[in-house]
Design a protein around this ligand. Structure first.
Ligand SMILES: NC(=O)c1ccc[n+]([C@@H]2O[C@H](COP(=O)([O-])OP(=O)(O)OC[C@H]3O[C@@H](n4cnc5c(N)ncnc54)[C@H](O)[C@@H]3O)[C@@H](O)[C@H]2O)c1
Length: 306
């Protein structure tokens, strides 16, 4: 497969669960990547340089966006330039890792710092990690119902937990800065991230206990498909501020979507005809607008009928 010319991408939080798969997908597609994280990239064989950077410190972020990607950078007469794109994943990735106020302030501050530094340094493409949790139910108190299905990017959302609110605040920062600097900032509402080995370890219980997956809207994103999504976002210019659900195509259930939702969410309105196996957290927009085509449907790795 021929890929277009690679871009220089600064990736934050690349040492985490998602980044360790997304970065190799970006490298495969010809990009070069510098990882900003507090800890090294977990796979030393990939030759990724991690610059230890605390994203909650604005000065560190500004500096990190103008460093070499590797030692070869010193061979060039040119001093380090800002990257072509910034992909921002670094965060407390859920509640209950730190107290709520720390999760909120660290996530919002880091997202603000990354967006501000990138915009002020002239970076024209920024991609940020938002979350499925903004659809209210994931970390909501009690057994909440979704507003309607499919969950799409145009819905008004009002999550109640500190992590989801921090992600929503990040989207508002992105929207304002995209307007002020006339740049592209794409916010990915990422579904539950699944690593390759988790189809074997986790999907059997996901499928046999559907109630446990209500908080993820019976949807997910394969970590490698998330890599394809990040590449598509890097490639496609000129869309300004956008929100995209980043999920795979199909519902994680034994039964077709309509039948399944009628059983598990009988009082939740369905606002359009959904595909037979369509995931409730819909990826229709990212397929239509960016041309996402999933490569890792869960049924390739786990047969629920065996
Ligand atoms: N994992 C999921 O299911 C999921 C779902 C929706 C959204 N997201 C979002 O996707 C992104 C990646 O998630 P993940 O599962 O890989 O998370 P993770 O916790 O595995 O990785 C996050 C990375 O960010 C780094 N980090 C945290 N604070 C930092 C700071 N102040 N400075 C520099 N680096 C810092 C951590 O060291 C870690 O390597 C996050 O923004 C998360 O909120 C994740």
């Amino acid at each position: 497969m021929a890929f277009p010319t690679g871009k220089r991408i600064v990736f934050t939080g690349g040492s985490g669960k998602a980044g360790r798969y997304v970065i190799p997908e970006l490298l495969k597609r010809g990009h070069s990547v510098l990882n900003l994280d507090l800890v090294p990239f977990p796979d030393p064989s990939t030759n990724i340089m991690t610059l230890k950077t605390d994203l909650t410190k604005s000065g560190e972020v500004f500096n990190a966006l103008t460093t070499h990607f590797n030692f070869a950078g010193y061979e060039n007469a040119l001093v380090p330039q800002p990257p072509d794109a910034v992909i921002h994943f670094g965060a407390y990735a859920r509640n209950m890792l730190v107290p709520d106020n720390e999760c909120f302030q660290a996530n919002v501050t880091a997202t603000y710092n990354v967006i501000e530094a990138a915009c002020k340094l002239g970076v024209k493409k920024i991609i940020i990690a938002s979350s499925e949790t903004v659809y209210e139910v994931c970390f909501g108190q009690g057994d909440l119902e979704y507003t309607s299905f499919p969950l799409d990017e145009d819905m008004d959302v009002n999550p109640m937990d500190s992590y989801a609110i921090s992600k929503l605040c990040g989207e508002r920062v992105a929207r304002g800065f995209a307007r002020r600097f006339d740049v592209d900032i794409y916010s990915l509402r990422i579904g539950n991230v699944i690593e390759p080995h988790e189809y074997a370890t986790d999907f059997p219980s996901y499928i046999s206990n559907p109630k446990t997956r209500k908080r993820n809207a019976w949807s997910y994103i394969d970590a490698r498909d998330l890599g394809q999504i990040c590449d598509l976002c890097v490639q496609r210019d000129g869309l300004g501020f956008q929100i995209f659900n980043a999920t795979n195509d199909t519902i994680t259930a034994r039964f077709p979507t309509r039948q399944f939702l009628e059983h598990w969410c009988p009082d939740t309105p369905v606002t359009r005809q959904m595909g037979m196996w369509e995931a409730p957290l819909s990826n229709a927009k990212i397929k239509d607008v960016l041309g996402f085509r999933e490569e890792h449907d869960w049924r390739k790795y786990y047969n629920p009928d065996q």
